[in-house]
Design a protein around this ligand. Structure first.
Ligand SMILES: Cc1cc2nc3c(=O)[nH]c(=O)nc-3n(C[C@H](O)[C@H](O)[C@H](O)COP(=O)(O)OP(=O)(O)OC[C@H]3O[C@@H](n4cnc5c(N)ncnc54)[C@H](O)[C@@H]3O)c2cc1C
Length: 318
């Protein structure tokens, strides 16, 4: 008997892989449109993190434009966007200190007025609650590991909950084939460099004629700042030191209503156009002084082992 025949399957109108802002917004909008049209749409969202928000790189300056469209009343409904940006600052850093650039000299996208400082993890948790209220079925702790195809070559669904595969690829005694989730539509909302998205890009040649992939490194940290230095609503961005002039990078520090500051540094890993010196992660780290290297990447929460999909995924009666 083939492995596919051993697998159970469940049918949905829409299966969404990824419980980030994109996947959850899509699920919510589908349910809203179905309600407006007086129809029923079954929507499942798969999230590999142990809970929605567990894998979301959190601190963010958020433009509420999309939220305004999704939930025009989001403030009254308790969306966790508590701290409006009240001040923008852009600094150029050097070994001797900093120079602050006047904001009027900077392009509009560098201005954050009208935006909010928030935890993107908390925003996605709030979106997940709203999605469930609308009838979306969310399955945290379930990674979609591969795809299944229709005879005509279109995407039929995804496989979740496969366990017991050794690093070598061989099946271990505790092997379970997982479960297939089929959708009339399957949305891949895995975020950047999703494992299924990469397969789809290759299979359908989706990168043909597009700009080449760019790579970067981001590090984030939550800082508790002393109350006397705390400036709620400040969105500060900087560039320059401790990186050299050949390394494109920017840092940000955003301060919420509590005395927490969310600090981030992003650095491209692209090739220099002139001289073609490749700026790699090791050359980046070697340019950062030891004192600054205490910055660390935010560790993603491990995926919960979770119950077997058969036990955990029980479709609510439609
Ligand atoms: C360092 C950094 C700073 C940023 N700062 C800001 C900012 O200040 N403001 C702003 O607006 N944006 C910011 N962004 C961008 C923002 O994080 C993204 O635009 C946004 O998270 C994209 O949403 P998404 O839903 O497409 O993907 P993601 O947020 O990446 O969500 C994808 C979800 O899918 C899940 N997933 C992935 N693969 C699978 C799978 N196979 N099966 C099941 N689940 C899966 C992941 O666990 C994750 O929860 C920042 C990004 C970075 C990296």
């Amino acid at each position: 008997m083939s492995e596919d025949l051993e697998r159970e399957s469940m049918e949905y109108d829409v299966v969404i892989v990824g419980g980030g802002p994109a996947g959850l917004s899509a699920a919510i909008r589908l349910k809203q449109l179905a309600a407006e049209a007086g129809t029923e749409v079954s929507v499942a969202v798969l999230e590999k993190g142990s809970e929605v928000g567990a894998h979301i790189l959190s601190g963010a300056v958020i433009d509420p434009k999309a939220l305004n469209e999704l939930f025009p009343n989001w403030k009254a409904e308790g969306a966790p966007l508590e701290t409006p940006v009240t001040k923008d600052r852009f600094l150029v850093l050097g070994p001797q200190g900093e120079a602050s650039l006047p904001m009027f000299a900077l392009p509009p996208f560098m201005h954050n007025h009208g935006c909010y400082i928030a935890s993107l993890g908390n925003v996605t948790r709030w979106l997940a609650t709203r999605a469930e209220e609308l009838g979306v079925e969310i399955y945290p702790g379930f990674a979609a590991s591969s795809m299944v195809w229709n005879d005509d070559g279109s995407l039929k669904g995804v496989i979740v909950g496969v366990v017991g595969i050794a690093k070598s690829g061989e099946k271990k005694p505790d092997y379970q084939p997982g479960m297939e989730l089929h959708g009339k539509y399957v949305f891949i909302a895995e975020g950047v460099r999703g494992s299924l998205a990469k397969q789809l890009i290759a299979k359908f040649d989706l990168s043909a004629g597009k700009s080449p992939q760019k790579y970067g490194i981001g590090i984030k940290e939550l800082w508790q700042v002393p109350p006397e230095k705390h400036q709620p609503g400040l969105a500060e961005h900087s560039t320059g030191w401790p990186l050299d002039n050949n390394t494109a990078a920017a840092a940000s520090c955003t301060t919420s209503a509590t005395t927490t500051c969310r600090s981030a540094m992003l650095c491209t890993l692209t090739t220099r156009t002139r001289g073609c010196r490749r700026s790699t992660s090791s050359s980046v780290s070697s340019t950062i002084p030891r004192s600054s290297r205490t910055w660390k990447a935010v560790a993603a929460s491990p995926t919960a082992p979770g119950p077997s999909p058969r036990a955990a995924i029980s479709r609510s009666p439609s």
